[in-house]
Write a protein that binds this ligand. Structure first.
Ligand SMILES: [Zn+2]
Length: 91
């Protein structure tokens, strides 16, 4: 594995974000689980990257590894539905 998972996804986990929480903001702000810095994800970038499943900051090798790790299928769909979009954020 060439990445570190800080928080494990599980079926009972409450969503950190739902589209109703967006309001008029352009970014989703949250705290890094490791250092508590404030990080942001731009909503439009996530929407624009929904067909490829990742931003241009995620190399193909890492994307393939993430897909395997999270059981994401051939058509970039998560097993429980939805199309995850991976991005790389720095803190
Ligand atoms: Zn951090």
């Amino acid at each position: 594995m060439i990445f570190e998972e800080i928080e494990k996804a599980h079926i009972g986990k409450k969503a950190d974000f739902t589209s109703e929480m967006k309001n008029n903001s352009k970014n989703y702000l949250f705290h890094c689980k490791k250092c508590d810095d404030i990080l942001k994800i731009n909503y439009q970038n996530q929407i624009d990257n929904c067909w490829t499943g990742h931003s241009n900051k995620i190399e193909n090798e890492l994307y393939e590894e993430l897909k395997k790790f999270y059981n994401i299928g051939l058509f970039n769909k998560f097993i429980d539905g939805g199309f995850p979009v991976f991005d790389k954020l720095l803190c």
